[in-house]
Design a protein around this ligand. Structure first.
Ligand code: ADP
Ligand code: MG
Length: 393
């Protein structure tokens, strides 16, 4: 039996957040805001090489019911440990745990000139985004609150305003939650458009909406949360990043965005060459995907996704048995293409499938995990896709 994680309607999600808020604080919130999780269609491990990526919003969202308060204090609630504190208590590593993602947003917004210097919040969270599955529950949480604070305090929330909010969310994640992350997750959560993927250019932080209507072509994305047990990978991420920067330095270019495959022979070192080959190849695959989407050849994107997986597995070495099993089983069951998505070493995979075959493919992925003695994966459907951060009540 395969397990599906189903999204909830905005109305249901708002009701869940409001119920928790009322139970915790005895009053109604000023409103409820939501932001989506995401998958990255392609463009993996290239953000620190000034590369390109192409995330898509999920229909699964995190909602935050919020009441503004004028005393600079915060009371934060979710299913996890409650946190009460003041904006003045927030800094690197404080608070610890999940509350950092919310407290950090208020802290970062204050730093960039939130008009009411005493601004604080009471907030309660409800979500259908799987946590820690590489589907960016952290950015969904940050971005929902950032938009709430913007609306309640009169900050602009047009695209330019949202770009500022996104950078505050990145600051919260990097500087308070102390999680190294680029800006892709926050960009799609705040600046994505319905029915579009978002081209994120890490060279200058610019974004562009890319039309992507899979359903119109009879296709969908199956998202596979492998639920692989958490591994100690912090060192691995830093190592990959160092290799990529070292390769650029040896080639005498500001980043691997400026390198071509022919240059890589000059690197000498075989490991460095493979790491760089992934990055240069992956940026090329994003461009190829854009060309295919533009010319309506969406089924051909499948092969590009699979090539991305092979590169991440063999050259960049960030896959793991659970991700490989999911990708192999999806392809064997008839998926047009499949790859790990996100940082790797666990987390999620995606498969491009004919809409009518999504249950068959999910069933095969499940059976294959069971046969290999792996954790049973959970599945999400992209459906019509998700919507960027918005007020839902
Ligand atoms: P991902 O973003 O891929 O889900 P991260 O490790 O970046 O994984 O972020 C997960 C963390 O974000 C959780 O450990 C928790 O601290 C916080 N978080 C995300 N969603 C929620 C939620 N709904 N309620 C409480 N905390 C959450
Ligand atoms: Mg995250």
């Amino acid at each position: 039996m395969t397990g599906w994680i189903v999204p909830r309607s905005d109305t249901d999600l708002a009701a869940a957040a409001t119920t928790l808020f009322a139970a915790e604080f005895g009053v109604r919130p000023d409103g409820v805001w939501a932001a989506p999780g995401r998958v990255n269609l392609i463009g993996e491990h290239v953000d620190y090489a000034e590369g390109l990526s192409l995330p898509i919003a999920l229909p699964h969202s995190t909602a935050v019911a919020v009441r503004g308060r004028g005393d600079g204090r915060m009371r934060l609630r979710s299913g996890l440990e409650p946190w009460d504190g003041a904006v003045a208590d927030v800094g690197p590593g404080a608070p610890a745990g999940w509350a950092a993602y919310l407290a950090g947003v208020v802290w970062a917004l204050r730093r960039t000139g939130l008009p009411d210097s005493a601004f604080g919040v009471d907030a309660a969270v409800a979500s259908t985004v799987p946590i820690g599955a590489g589907l960016s529950s952290s950015a969904a949480l940050e971005c929902a609150l950032a938009l709430a604070v913007a609306d309640l305090s009169g900050l602009p929330a047009d695209d330019a305003g949202r770009a500022v909010l996104a950078s505050c969310c990145v600051a919260a994640e990097n500087e308070v939650a102390l999680a190294p992350t680029g800006g892709m997750d926050q960009a799609i959560a705040l600046r994505g458009q319905a029915g579009h993927a978002l081209l994120v250019d890490s060279a200058d932080g610019s974004v562009a909406a890319v039309p992507l209507d899979l359903a119109a072509h009879g296709l969908t994305l199956l998202v596979i949360d492998t639920r692989a047990p958490h591994r100690l990978v912090d060192g691995q991420y830093a190592q990959r990043r160092r290799s990529v920067e070292q390769a650029a330095a040896r080639l005498g270019v500001p980043s691997l965005r400026h390198a071509v495959v022919g240059d890589l022979r000059r690197l000498g070192d075989p490991v460095l060459t493979r790491r760089a080959r992934h990055v240069v190849g992956e940026i090329g695959r994003v461009r190829e995907t854009l060309r295919l989407l533009e010319s309506g050849r969406i089924r051909d994107v499948g092969a590009v996704l699979t090539a991305s997986h092979v590169s991440l597995r063999d050259d960049f070495e960030v896959s793991c048995p659970e991700l490989d099993s999911a990708v192999d089983a999806a392809l064997a069951a008839g998926a047009l293409g499949a790859r790990m998505t996100g940082g790797g070493f666990g987390g999620s995979a995606i498969a491009l499938v004919e809409e009518g075959e999504v249950d068959v493919v999910a069933g095969q992925v499940h059976s294959s995990a069971r046969a290999s003695g792996l954790e049973f994966p959970a599945f999400l459907r992209l459906g019509d896709g998700g919507r960027a951060a918005r007020r839902i009540a």
